[in-house]
Ligand binder design. Structure first.
Ligand code: PEP
Ligand code: MG
Length: 844
């Protein structure tokens, strides 16, 4: 049997691989190579187990021949990835009356009875699939209880409990093999990422009893904390126990010295010392933090297994980084071990994984992190709460610029409508505020200031709720939280990522605060500054509205003169914070509906500012309402029809450039024209901007350079990128609008039915979240090719929300883009994802 690839004795040289025998079998082989005291083990391959499920048993006698005749055995699953699960382990195979007699003499009657009783019960439940209730009437312990379970078995099965080791082992193998092939197990593991044809291996191991005379027991030990990843010897040990029982009860001992009670370290110091030594050896030789599963039998230590230490995201980073620092693994390995998305859990507070959750509703996870507060239903109430130092959660049907102050005052936002690129979502991600949008399963009764949940609960204003923006869930109450952890391990990981990656990462940042966050996360510049967002602040919002409402050129010019210094100050701040790194400023792209006052307060404010009767303002608001504002007077269309606005912005940018370059690194601003669909639009805007640049140079007597680019976010711009590229030095793909227009799918409304579409597999994923490679991706490829052919060396980038999504970054990298730009808080995720792509590319 030694070299039979399907049924193999585990030795240092046996033909065992994770891909054929599973992770557990491979790990046991590695432990045997380290000369650790591992009991005799036989590994069954995926093929062998598949054959068993189809009715072809391996040579059971040959397997048993590897073990002493009187040994009890256990069988445990060994899938390729431990996270894919598998059937429960069955211990003590081989128990029968004869073995019982012998064990009564050697271990004592109680211990022998406990072993036998436990075996009969688990055999009945897991192998014969009998109802666990059948043992409800069993009372007491010892031989009495054993007789009762044997009798209950016989009554239920109408045959006595199987007596031979071969018969029992065959039964266990068959039931485990069939369970793995069953539909529910298959679906469960596929949900965890297992392929449809994932195999199961099994290991048959000689039992170390853990019960009996002398020091006996079982337990687990690991060298680091699963929560933080910091060095801390943790685990449990339970005397007179088997398997992982030590983790269940209060009776177990601590592993190392602990003020709360007795420990293995004090009670069995020799075994403790050996265990720590074994765990250290496993760490360096298996190149992973391992949890050691052990049994002590009459004072002698046995190592039954080693499993990867369970870990929080924070611990995963710390463990990988420490292994690399200790030169146990290469830095590239450490980078590949962290799933980029998990960094979100380090960047924001999170609901503790183990906390109890009372779910009120779910929606789209629009901005990660979690926060608790009292429900408020208006931005004003949010500000009032903040003034009282009270944490609040802002609830809106959808948000508009009028809510910005309230959003800043709140700890999290929930909206009934919207998708991943809606106003609340974009702002939430920008300022690092947890946000769930498109919450379809809660009724928002905003007039009554209450929420109505699907299960009929009424949640009024003032109730404490928690928003879990990472998972898109709204919870009642205040579950336990885990704090953000931007520690030295995170910092090292990020530095290593930067040394590996070969695509630039910038941030979308609109305000000095955003820019500072971008800088803190080491973004290589700003890839998109949405200038209209600079006017969301209440004081400025009215001026912006005055400008939109101005009817004559003179009126407009007067308002623009007030806006100019505000913009100049904004740009000077951005340039100074970014310290010579590129800053790409997008000219105004206000979908007008986002700026029109929708409520009485806003309309009043505007009437005051314009000195007009309220009725006039209402009439003019109504006159400006567009049927399709996202396809209306937006972006460059405003620039072409009302040129003074872009002229003012260009002047503000140039004057700020001169000012910021005076005592800092020279600034070369990038100016980006939004929503272009025709070459002529670019020509018109370019000639006006060039004229302003010339005027400012003359007025100030100072020279400067700038780069002009186009945002490719209409399908036509992608198709005509060749013409457009002739007039600009960069193209930045705005995949939010490009997705919206390619699908003809409103980015603000898609949230309502997106989950249905994904559930029914119309879309694999929300295309606003993960780039649609087949459709939108083809436009990107075409646009990039045509742009490059017409203007070799043109800078190409992506600045839609997809810039923070690892799969979309992979697409951009493969298409040869220079950089991607994403929300500041997604920059670390993008840096790691980009590093993994570069490393993966080198390995191939
Ligand atoms: C886009 O459309 O991809 C984009 C980045 O611009 P916005 O989200 O501001 O429309
Ligand atoms: Mg856009």
């Amino acid at each position: 049997m030694q070299n039979n690839p399907n049924t193999t004795l585990v030795t240092p040289i046996a033909p065992i691989a994770t891909t054929t025998h599973g992770g557990r079998a491979k790990c046991l082989q590695r432990l045997s190579r380290l000369d650790l005291p591992v009991p005799t083990t036989v590994a069954l391959s995926f093929d062998a187990v598949h054959d068993i499920a189809n009715g072809h048993l391996p040579d059971i006698e040959a397997i048993l021949g590897e073990f002493p005749q009187d040994a009890l055995l256990c069988v445990r699953p060994s899938s390729e990835d431990p996270d894919w699960g598998g059937p429960s382990a069955i211990l003590n195979i081989g128990m029968n009356d004869a073995r019982y007699e012998v064990l009564c003499a050697t271990l004592g009657t109680d211990a022998a009875s406990a072993l036998f009783t436990r075996f009969v019960q688990s055999y009945a439940i897991h192998v014969d699939r009998l109802d666990p209730d059948m043992f409800d009437d069993v009372t007491g312990e010892g031989p009495g209880a054993l007789q009762q379970v044997l009798q209950a078995y016989e009554v239920e099965q109408e045959i006595p409990f199987p007596t031979t080791r071969a018969e029992q082992l065959a039964g266990v193998l068959k039931s485990m093999a069939r369970a793995w092939e069953g539909t529910s197990a298959r679906l469960l593991r596929q949900a965890k990422g297992a392929p449809a044809d994932a195999g199961l291996g099994l290991v048959v191991q000689q039992m170390a009893y853990g019960v009996g005379q002398g020091e006996c027991g079982s337990g687990v030990l690991q060298l680091v904390s699963s929560k933080t990843g910091l060095p801390q010897i943790t685990g449990r040990y339970l005397r007179q126990s088997q398997g992982r029982d030590a983790l269940l009860g209060d009776a177990s001992l601590f592993i190392s010295r602990d003020p709360r009670g007795p420990s293995l370290e004090e009670c069995v110091p020799d075994c403790f010392a050996q265990l720590v030594e074994h765990a250290r050896l496993m760490r360096t030789r298996l190149r992973e933090e391992m949890q050691v599963e052990f049994t002590i039998e009459n004072g002698e230590l046995h190592i039954l297994d080693g499993v990867r230490v369970a870990r929080s995201s924070r611990a995963a980073v710390r463990i990988a980084v420490q292994l690399a620092r200790d030169k146990v693994i290469p830095i590239q390995d450490a980078l590949m071990r962290i799933e980029p998305g998990t960094l979100n859990e380090l960047l924001h507070r999170q609901v503790d994984r183990h906390a109890k959750r009372d779910v009120l509703g779910t929606g789209i996870a629009a901005s990660p992190g979690a926060a608790t507060g009292k429900l408020v239903f208006t931005a004003t109430e949010a500000q009032a709460s903040a003034a009282r130092d009270e944490d609040c959660i802002l609830v809106r049907r959808e948000t508009s610029p009028e809510d910005i102050r309230g959003m800043h005052a709140a700890k999290a936002i929930i909206t009934e409508r919207g998708g991943i690129t809606s106003h609340a979502a974009v702002i939430g991600r920008g300022i690092g505020l947890p946000c769930v949008v498109g919450v379809g399963d809660i009724r928002f009764q905003t007039r009554k200031s209450q929420l109505l949940t699907k299960d009929g609960r009424v949640i009024p204003a003032g109730e404490t709720v928690t928003v879990d923006g990472t998972n898109g869930v709204i919870l009642l109450g205040a579950p336990e939280m885990q704090e953000a952890a931007l520690d030295d391990a995170f910092q090292d990981l990020m530095d290593w990522a930067d040394a590996e990656r070969d695509i630039g990462i910038r941030a979308n940042a609109d305000t000095p605060a955003d820019a500072q966050t971008a800088r803190n996360f080491a973004a290589q510049g700003i890839g998109l500054c949405r200038t209209e967002h600079m006017f969301f602040e209440p004081g400025r919002l009215t001026v912006m509205r005055e400008m939109i409402f101005a009817e004559t050129s003179d009126d407009r010019r007067a308002v623009l003169e007030r806006l100019l210094p505000m913009q100049r100050t904004d740009f000077v701040q951005l340039f100074k914070i970014m310290q010579g790194q590129p800053v790409c400023i997008r000219l105004f792209d206000p979908p007008l509906h986002e700026f029109l006052p929708t409520d009485r307060d806003g309309q009043h404010g505007l009437a005051d500012a314009l000195g007009l009767p309220l009725s006039d303002v209402i009439r003019r608001v109504e006159a400006m309402v567009e049927y399709n504002p996202m396809l209306g007077l937006r972006g460059v269309r405003l620039g072409v029809t009302v040129p003074e606005i872009y002229e003012m912005q260009a002047r503000a940018i140039f004057e700020a450039t001169i000012e910021a370059s005076r005592d800092g690194d020279p600034v070369e601003p990038e100016i980006m024209i939004p929503l272009v669909s025709a070459k002529r639009e670019v020509e018109l805007v370019k000639s006006r901007i060039d004229a302003i640049a010339a005027a400012v140079r003359t007025e100030k007597g100072t020279d400067f350079t700038f780069r002009l680019g186009v945002m490719v976010e209409t399908p036509r711009a992608a198709l005509r990128a060749g013409d457009i590229a002739q007039h600009c030095s960069f193209l930045s793909f705005g995949t939010n609008d490009l997705t919206q227009m390619t699908y003809g799918l409103s980015r603000d409304d898609a949230g309502r039915f997106m989950s249905d579409y994904v559930r029914q597999e119309v879309f694999d994923e929300d295309p606003f979240h993960s780039l649609d490679i087949d459709g939108v991706g083809e436009l990107l490829t075409l646009g990039a090719q045509r742009g490059r052919t017409s203007r070799p060396g043109i800078t190409l980038s992506l600045c839609g929300e997809h810039g923070g999504d690892p799969e979309s970054i992979a697409f951009c990298r493969a298409a040869g883009f220079d950089y991607v730009s994403c929300s500041p808080f997604r920059v670390p995720v993008a840096r790691l994802a980009a590093a993994q792509l570069a490393i993966g590319h080198k390995i191939q």
